[in-house]
Design a protein around this ligand. Sequence first.
Ligand code: SF4
Length: 338
Amino acid sequence: MSGPQQPAVARFWTADAGQARCLLCPHECLLDEGQTGLCNVRKVEDGQLRSLVYGHPVGGAVDPIEKKPLFHFRPASATYSYATVGCNLACTFCQNYTLSQVQGSVAQDSYVPAETLVEDAIKAGCRTLAHTYSEPTIFLEYALDVARAGNARGLDSVFVTNGFIGDAAREEVAATISAANIDLKAFSDLTYRTVCRGRLQPVLDSIVSLVAAGVWVEVTTLVVPGLNDSPAELGDIARFLASVSPAIPWHVSRFHPSFHMTDRGVTPAATLAAARTAGAEAGLQFVYIGNLPGANGEDTICPSCQNVVVRRHHFTVVENLLNKGSCHFCGHQLAGVW
Ligand code: SF4
């Protein structure tokens, strides 16, 4: 680490009649000198859009890859997780708001080169780098540099993302990372606009395009009582995912009251079970229940012979009966990166 640095000049923006238009995400903020974007971490200084968080990671930790959650990507391996502060969405139910929803100036007291982060990951025995916790889109210049430095040292990268990213940035991500878990928070544009300060279509576009690009994609929906838990909406999500690929693992996760959404309780187990059923009825091969250990919703079941082939308990693989993705019982090859 070294001392404070001048904020790095950002990529993915254009000068627009004396202003800067950021193209990193679909908000496309148009900013005057001194203004900061909605994500609170990109600012115009000296006529240039700058990233206030380039080289300023937080939350470095070694996690099981299952915690991202990624269940079909190098199971039981360790991943080096980090983030920066900031987010381009503002979900009122954010489960990570102390990192994502920073206000005011961003701490600039230390600088960590991409190569240092990669070295830390290798020393910790990790096989992958997880760009996670807040939202990698808003620190994309750093994330791409870390990912490429990792690729050069034999580490894959995974993104845990809200999928709200601009087209050019998404193409570069697709060419650089190996796997992603994308949040699909609702199947309602109104919910995205009023509860998350986003829009639905760009997220759907991200799921379609990253799958088409060959990135291994899993999807998470935090099932929030009274918000996105109707059978109709859960069915819509499941049918959309199945239309992209029936092999996309769908994680339906239990909500806990958080941030500004404290007016309702946790998601009932029965609702999560109903979501799992909706997924199966839509043709999805793998639907997992998250944040509810012991509910029997974390195991992988072979879609061919229906035997349990991977047993998990709270992000830990207890038993793995796959041989490079092939079912121990019937030989069926399960989708994933094994
Ligand atoms: S990344 Fe930030 S500054 Fe850029 S368009 Fe999105 S919210 Fe605005």
